[in-house]
Design a protein around this ligand. Structure first.
Ligand SMILES: Cc1cc2nc3c(=O)[nH]c(=O)nc-3n(C[C@H](O)[C@H](O)[C@H](O)COP(=O)(O)OP(=O)(O)OC[C@H]3O[C@@H](n4cnc5c(N)ncnc54)[C@H](O)[C@@H]3O)c2cc1C
Length: 354
């Protein structure tokens, strides 16, 4: 197995698998090192499904990245033959003066995204399982859907391998250092040498990039799958802003109806939401899965190429998965060219010190 490469990627979850794919596709020799197995569920990317949406309430600056991500997911589907993205449409509902609906509307209007503004009665008429508070409003958009999380990671890994990337699973990186013009990356027993280093260690990233430690908070966040109590008519992906925080969910699949809170919550808390706003999901709990959320103080990502040329991405705060294709492209730009044309200035860690 080679121990020298053009690019070494540490961590092969959502972001690292995509970075490896984009670097390898451009002809770089890539080594990827991952402490667990392929598309495992122990980090931030487990739990089968992730929402993708364009009218991004978090900030309009994400929209160009989302458009590119959507294009790249479709290209990856074509290339891999795997079904990765199901377009279901999306509904984002909450108080008219809250964060969610005005934020989604601002992104949609700023970027000319097709959307509709609905009142609570219309949301319920279109999607009878959803029961918004009467004072709520909602944004509906067609360009939203569900990504099959583990399949997405596996598709990126395989595409990278087809382009020559070499992966080492079950190997933990203990440390790395700048070594001459490149980097040395140490695991128990092996030191790898690479011209460029990409660190995509998800919830563990602060162990390898200690300057991030003061910025990041890691929490365990559970996902729940419920048996429906009655046949469920077709649902879009949905988000609800409530006095108890954000909740979101997915159309029914073979595992049941998946519902989660944007942040830690126990079963009773999620059930209380379900009883009020999605009563058809108040059946038996079929399964749960806990993932790690890594949050920054402002909820936005951190993606950078530092002065020492190390490139890292912590696209986290509970909403990064949908971006992983385009983040992979950005990381390949930064690792191989030193710059990217993608508009990522708003994601620099410098915003926390300036
Ligand atoms: C419950 C939950 C729900 C979410 N829902 C959504 C959603 O609906 N839509 C959305 O877009 N996003 C969502 N997100 C966010 C999204 O899943 C994350 O942003 C994304 O998975 C982060 O990917 P990552 O590559 O940074 O981390 P990971 O996928 O965890 O990858 C990091 C990898 O690095 C490896 N690693 C770490 N340290 C080392 C080391 N020292 N040596 C070797 N390997 C190492 C780990 O084993 C891991 O495989 C959600 C997150 C959670 C937790």
């Amino acid at each position: 197995m080679p121990t020298t490469a053009d690019v070494c990627v540490i961590g092969l979850g959502a972001m690292g698998s995509a970075a490896a794919k984009h670097c390898a596709a451009r002809g770089a020799r890539v080594i990827g090192i991952e402490m667990f197995g392929r598309a495992h569920g122990q980090g931030s990317s487990g739990g089968r499904t992730r929402v993708i949406r364009l009218s991004y309430f978090e900030h309009p600056d994400y929209v160009p990245l989302l458009r590119r991500a959507w294009t790249l997911w479709r290209a990856l589907e074509e290339e891999s033959g795997a079904h990765l993205l199901a377009r279901t449409g999306g509904i984002y509902m909450g108080p008219p003066d809250g964060e969610l609906v005005p934020g989604a509307r601002r992104s949609a209007e700023t970027h000319g995204l097709v959307h509709e503004l609905l009142d609570a009665a219309e949301i319920h008429r279109r999607h009878p399982p959803l029961v918004p508070d009467p004072s709520w409003v909602g944004i509906a958009e067609a360009e939203a859907g569900v990504l099959a999380a583990e399949r997405c990671i596996e598709a990126h890994l395989r595409a990278a391998e087809r382009a020559g990337a070499v992966f080492h699973f079950g190997k933990r990186v203990d440390r790395w250092r700048v070594d001459g013009d490149g980097f040395a990356v140490e695991t128990a027993g092996t030191t790898y040498a690479a011209s460029s280093l990409v660190i995509t260690a998800g919830p563990w990233i602060a162990e390898l990039v200690p300057s991030l430690a003061p910025l990041l908070r890691v929490e365990q966040v559970p996902l729940f799958w419920f048996d429906p109590t009655a046949p469920v008519s077709r649902l879009p992906v949905w988000i609800a802003e409530t006095a108890d925080g954000g909740y979101y969910g997915f159309p029914q699949d073979e595992h049941g109806l998946k519902v989660a809170r944007h942040g830690p919550a126990d079963l009773e808390r999620v059930r209380a939401f379900v009883r009020r706003h999605l009563p058809v999901a108040d059946g038996a709990l079929r399964s749960t899965h806990t993932c790690l959320y890594t949050s920054t103080p402002d909820g936005h990502f951190v993606i950078e190429r530092r002065e020492d040329r190390v490139v890292y991405a912590s696209p986290c705060s509970g909403h990064g998965f949908k971006f992983s294709t385009v983040v992979g492209e950005i990381l390949a730009d930064l690792a191989l060219d030193g710059v990217t044309a993608h508009p990522i200035g708003f994601l620099s860690a410098a915003r926390f010190t300036s």
